[in-house]
Design a protein around this ligand. Sequence first.
Ligand code: HEC
Length: 112
Amino acid sequence: MKFSCALLALALALIAAGPPPSAKEGATIVAHGTASGALPCMACHGGHLQGNPAIGAPRLAGLDPSVTLAALKAIAAGKMGKNYVMTNIARSLSPTQRRAVAAYLASLPSSS
Ligand code: HEC
């Protein structure tokens, strides 16, 4: 009885956590965008994700996942940023896609 309760709790915890974010999926989104219309992040944030000051796109490489996720949330909510393309991109990314991108960006060196 005790054992089956522990198994049930474990199963519920796994369901709640969802699948682990895939940095590989993140790399695809960053380079090619998404089927739902997000442009490739590299187009504005630079080929090495080091940012493009000319258009006000900040460096993304090496950001902690919590920073990327918080920024995407704030941008999607209209509380941060003034680039409407970026706003639409943040709105179009699913939670899974956001986690995948965040995991990939964190894996990159913060300077090239
Ligand atoms: C059309 C150009 C453009 C594209 C494409 C683009 N961004 Fe951005 N992004 C910006 C700009 C400009 C900002 C600065 C905030 C603003 O003005 O909206 C920004 C800000 C951000 C920030 C906040 C970073 C920080 O530290 O403040 C994140 C995270 C981000 N973008 C992620 C992405 C991701 C992920 C993609 C690809 C799915 C992407 N961006 C595609 C232009 C772009």
